[in-house]
Design a binder for this molecule. Structure first.
Ligand SMILES: CC(C)NC(=O)[C@H](Cc1c[nH]c2ccccc12)NC(=O)[C@H](CCCC/N=C(/NCCC(=O)O)S[C@H]1O[C@H](COP(=O)(O)OP(=O)(O)OC[C@H]2O[C@@H](n3cnc4c(N)ncnc43)[C@H](O)[C@@H]2O)[C@@H](O)[C@H]1O)NC(=O)OCc1ccccc1
Length: 229
């Protein structure tokens, strides 16, 4: 990685697949059993909060039964050893990157283990079941807590920090994402436009694969350590 100082990495559900976390669009993917509009939009939450809480409570419970894989661990190693700038932006709401030790990390679509009270606007860590009647640990109100997740139609977190990193990146790497959801799916074109070299690591070509200078296809648990080490 000669001549590379600033690295921006984007991950998606594919990086957690080998840990046993369901992807969205794959066979038995998350969107198989649920209509996106029903479980991942503010309108769906307003219509049926119990359904949405059940969807996220089940995923939060599952998170306790899985662990980081070799891809998460390799990215954590790179984070610790890379002398230049590095930002790992994940679309994933699981906590496997931080459990592997990644620190220069940004959850652009929120986190399963966080809650958000719509009455006092506080955000807080949340373990276990949430359910529609949950009590806000900050203002003690019942039934106003939602998962702190970015739903469709909502503005992703950290866009300023991501834009700044896109501006400075010499290398943009996309790992385990289908490139189907924006604004994340547009990052490769922005990075390329600003002169960064671009690498895709995925099981198969993503919707944006034509924009990548280099492509490595295979399981992230194998390809990412091979790229890092
Ligand atoms: C469907 C799509 C067209 N819709 C959008 O993009 C919309 C905007 C939009 C609407 N209409 C449009 C029309 C055109 C363009 C855009 C739009 N986007 C939004 O609404 C976003 C908000 C989107 C966020 C929604 N929330 C998520 N997640 C949290 C919830 C939850 O988790 O439940 S999105 C969710 O789906 C996406 C899933 O994609 P992937 O992670 O890639 O997973 P997928 O299953 O699809 O693919 C897995 C890949 O891994 C590979 N793989 C599998 N196993 C492995 C393996 N073992 N190793 C390696 N690779 C592997 C597979 O081959 C595959 O390629 C992720 O982003 C994920 O976070 N907000 C916004 O635009 O606000 C304005 C704005 C914009 C810019 C700046 C300011 C404001």
């Amino acid at each position: 990685m000669t001549g590379i100082r600033n690295i921006l990495i984007l991950t998606g559900a594919g990086v957690s697949a080998e840990s046993g976390v369901a992807t969205f669009r794959g066979p038995d993917g998350l969107w198989e059993g649920h209509r996106v509009e029903d479980v991942a939009t503010p309108e769906g939450f307003a219509r049926d909060p119990e359904l949405v809480h059940a969807f996220y409570d089940a995923r939060r419970a599952r998170l306790g039964k899985v662990g980081p894989n070799a891809a998460h661990q390799a990215l954590a190693r790179l984070d610790h050893e890379w002398p230049g700038e590095l930002l790992l932006v994940t679309q994933n709401v699981d906590d496997l990157h931080e459990r592997a030790g990644s620190q220069r990390l940004l959850h652009m679509h929120g986190a399963l283990n966080n809650g958000w009270c719509l009455r006092c606007n506080e955000r807080f860590g949340w373990e276990g079941m949430m359910g529609a009647a949950a009590q806000c640990p900050s203002c003690a109100t019942y039934g106003m807590v939602r998962p702190d997740i970015v739903w469709f139609g909502e503005i992703p977190y950290g866009m300023d920090q991501i834009d700044a990193a896109l501006l400075r990146a010499d290398l943009f790497v996309s790992i385990g994402t289908s490139g189907a959801v924006y604004p994340a799916a547009g990052f490769v074109r922005t990075a390329r436009y600003r002169g960064a070299s671009t690498l895709e690591i995925n099981l198969e070509p993503s919707q944006g694969s034509i924009f990548f200078d280099e492509r490595r296809y295979g399981p992230a648990g194998t390809e990412v350590p091979a790229w890092v080490d």
